[in-house]
Design a protein around this ligand. Structure first.
Ligand code: NAD
Length: 374
């Protein structure tokens, strides 16, 4: 019997992406799977039922009941988990460190669940790196939103009505999202400065034509072996705030993106620093979903404090749903194919790529860090 891989319509408020696009259906049917797509699942991303059918998928009204494998973008709700059959396999973003209710429900239902956030950062896993793919979208969109809300131009313009000086953009954290923000702001003609605690980033920032802010800060152990930033001491963050004051004050737009995996985002912009900015300036806090890098950020809201617009966007990747779905679908289907042998799941738990994202299996929470956090 061929296994059924199923793709439901996302129900999380505002979510417009879908976990599989028509173009990738044949990749799964060739791997000996039957593909079921819930009717209308791709519509909000621009992928219609007829295209899925043409590529070999079956359309159904309910995607949960018969699925051997479920592909999702957002974590399933407890109700959705209750509609999955026991021993099914789930691959999705799961927000594993904070989403205790769903993780426990998945274990209780004996679902084998893989969390796309926990993909190891090894070369083999690059085609499956959904977080990086989505960060690319977030970095790009952040700049477009900030540019459209700033009461100024981004580029230098010489006009008959006078010369317009370019906007100054300061990007804090030059990982995948930050580098994309730098590149996008440069293409719009802004003068861009950036800072990151990982010294290796300086060269990448400069190669995009931005200036690296030289702060006199010795970050110890800035990077872990996976390439992520390590948390620093409170004293360090305080010193960083002081040293960044002049960069923040000089900027028209500040885009902080600094994250430390599994932890609340560090506060890098204090209220005093916001007070030091020119009225009309914009902070677009890309760390809002992890609590924000600015002390005043309210996740999911736009607020004005001391004349500065502070935007705390949630789920930016969903605002570019067409390519957001394409990119996500490439990562998730690559991962599913990795987990299969002759069309059936084959879990080699000695393989870092299989074990790393595995959260629940055979009725247990098997990921040690997730278990400890919950
Ligand atoms: P992230 O989203 O976890 O963090 C964003 C950035 O914030 C990082 O660059 C981090 O160094 C920075 N940051 C943390 N604390 C800071 C502070 N106090 N001040 C300033 N900056 C701070 O990271 P990310 O973008 O997902 O990835 C970071 C790097 O990992 C990337 O640049 C990339 O080179 C590497 N990476 C490797 C792989 C792989 O090998 N498969 C995959 C993805 C990314």
């Amino acid at each position: 019997m061929r296994m059924i891989v199923s793709v439901p319509k996302e129900t999380f408020p505002g979510e417009q992406r879908v976990a599989l696009v028509p173009e990738l259906v044949p990749k799964l049917t060739k791997a000996s799977l039957d593909v079921v797509v819930q009717s209308g699942a791709g519509e909000s991303a621009g992928f219609f039922d007829a295209e899925y059918e043409r590529k070999g998928a079956h359309l159904e009204e309910d995607a949960f009941g018969k699925a051997d494998v479920l592909l999702k973008v957002q974590p399933p709700t407890v109700d959705e988990i209750g509609r999955m059959h026991e021993d099914a396999l789930l691959i999705s973003f799961l927000q594993p460190y904070t989403n205790a209710t769903a993780i426990r429900a998945l274990a209780a239902r004996k679902i084998t669940a893989f969390s796309m956030e926990l993909m190891p950062r090894i070369t083999r896993a690059q085609p499956m790196d959904a977080l990086s793919a989505m960060s690319t979208i977030a970095g790009y969109k952040a700049v477009l939103i900030a540019a459209s809300r700033l009461p100024k131009f981004f580029p230098l313009l010489m006009t008959a009505a006078g010369t317009i000086t370019p906007a100054r953009v300061f990007v804090i954290g030059a990982g995948v999202a930050g580098l994309q923000a730098i590149g996008t702001a440069k293409r719009l003609g802004a003068v861009v400065e950036a800072y990151d605690t990982r010294p290796a980033v300086k060269e990448q920032v400069e190669s995009l034509g931005a200036n690296f802010a030289e702060l006199d800060l010795a970050s110890k152990d800035a990077e872990d072996r996976r390439g992520y930033a390590k948390a620093q001491s409170e004293e360090f963050y305080q010193k960083q705030q002081e040293m960044m004051f002049k960069y923040v004050a000089a900027a028209d737009v500040v885009i902080p993106t600094a994250l430390v995996p599994g932890q609340r985002a560090p506060i890098l912009i204090t209220e005093e620093m916001v007070r030091g900015m020119r009225p009309g300036s914009v902070i677009l806090d890309l760390a809002a979903e992890q609590g924000g890098n600015c002390a005043l950020t309210e996740p999911g809201r736009d607020i004005v404090k001391h004349g500065v617009l502070i935007i705390g966007p949630m789920n930016l990747p969903s605002t570019v749903p067409f390519q957001g779905s394409e990119m996500y679908a490439r990562t998730i289907t690559s991962y599913l194919v990795h987990l299969l042998k002759d069309g059936k799941p084959h879990f080699d738990l000695d393989d870092e790529l299989t074990r790393g994202p595995l959260v629940t299996h055979q009725g247990e929470i098997v990921h040690e860090v997730v278990k400890a956090r919950l």
